[in-house]
Design a protein around this ligand. Structure first.
Ligand code: CP3
Length: 340
């Protein structure tokens, strides 16, 4: 059977467009909260194949979405490099920060696949249980975004620790980015070998860099990941999501040979149609807060996106991850609107 998402990544137009949601497995679902409680720790949930597979499948089962996205986290790469990573309940991720060249030296030179084996096992398990029309997506974080957490040791409002590190010691920062490029190539290749149909590279913090820095720390390294993965897995399908990049999205779409470009909710869709969708399939971009609000605001936002983007190759998604307070009825309302 055909997978609508893969058809779109092959540059075909599908009406209605296929749909999946960033962070679709998560706390807005009671069935997720139940498994999460059973696992106790978030990392343990990611690294227990049976449980990770189960929460990966939950939103697909409930909503009939067109893709399952592997349940894992972008911070599993620093974990596999030997950095200490943990999650504080209600706060977010914590890492033992990389503050200088000496700390960087202490990381492994390449990822320890034995630490990631549960992820590959979860992929195989999901693959076995997934309908043949649903695509299985893997993912990793883009080097810049992962580096912001590795350097700060936590999430931050403006990523100032990593930006400052990159200005003060570009050589060491480049070594960190290079390590993340080679690690991401290996990790994504491992995901393809385990059975994913496509992968997404999340660059959540692409939007905080000036153009020259964006080129150096986001575009160029992401280009190396794409080339590296395709050298090992020819034809590998890759979606890029550079959040907050504004008009830089045109350059991102031109310079990087991606199969689709993810749009955040601030994207100007007339600009995108001309400058991005003529070159590449696009994915996005409903404001997650419109989904929380529901009602006419949600209907109008969906109608606008479909009006602007559904004439070309297009995958419906949110402009960022679904929020924990999202009512399930609003997700159902959204799917009805998209699918008619
Ligand atoms: O999309 C999916 O359903 C797949 C799973 C997925 C998670 N994280 C699970 C998760 C994916 C694709 C990610 C990516 C991720 N992780 C990103 C990039 C995308 C984005 O949202 O910007 C980033 C920056 C991270 C790092 C991370 N993980 C943060 C900052 C947090 C804390 C914020 C939060 O929402 O709690 C996490 C934790 C996390 N990752 C949760 C989930 C479901 C919540 C943990 C819980 O259940 O308590």
């Amino acid at each position: 059977m055909n997978k609508p998402i893969i058809e779109v990544l092959d540059r075909n137009c599908r009406l209605p467009p296929p749909v999946w949601l960033m962070r679709q497995a998560g706390r807005y679902l009671p069935e997720y909260r139940a498994v999460r409680e059973r696992a106790g720790d978030f990392l343990k949930l990611c690294l227990t194949p049976k449980l990770a597979a189960e929460v990966t499948l939950q939103p697909v089962r409930r909503f009939g979405l067109d893709a399952a996205i592997l349940f894992a986290d972008i911070l599993l790469v620093p974990y596999a490099l030997g950095q200490e990573v943990w999650f504080v309940e209600g706060e977010g991720p914590r890492l033992d920060p990389i503050t200088d060249a000496g700390r960087l030296e202490q990381l492994k030179r390449r990822i320890d696949h034995s630490r990631l084996r549960p992820v590959y096992e979860a992929i195989a398990e999901v693959k076995d249980r997934l309908s043949s029309s649903v695509a299985l997506l893997g993912f990793c974080g883009a080097p810049w975004t992962v580096a912001t957490y590795m350097v700060a040791g936590m999430g931050s409002a403006d990523q100032s620790s990593a930006r400052l590190f990159a200005y003060r010691d570009p050589q060491t920062f480049a070594a960190l980015i290079d390590l993340l490029v080679s690690s991401s190539v290996e990790y994504l290749t491992g995901q393809f070998e385990a059975g994913v149909d496509a992968v997404q590279i999340f660059d959540t913090w692409a939007g905080v860099l000036p153009p020259q820095e964006l080129e150096r720390w986001c575009l160029e390294p992401t280009g190396r990941i794409i080339a590296g993965v395709r050298a090992k897995a020819p034809g590998a399908k890759i979606i890029g999501f550079p959040r907050g990049i504004g008009t830089g999205i045109a350059r991102y779409a031109t310079d990087l040979p991606l199969d689709a470009v993810g749009l955040d909710w601030t994207a100007d869709l007339d600009f995108v149609r001309e400058q991005v969708q003529r070159r590449r399939p696009v994915q996005g971009n409903l404001d997650p807060l419109a989904l929380v609000a529901g009602g006419a605001a949600l209907d109008n936002a969906i109608a606008n996106i479909l009006d602007k983007l559904s004439q070309g190759p297009f995958i419906f998604n949110l402009g960022h991850g679904i929020l924990p307070q999202t009512p399930i009825a609003h997700v159902e309302q959204m799917l009805k609107r998209i699918r008619g």
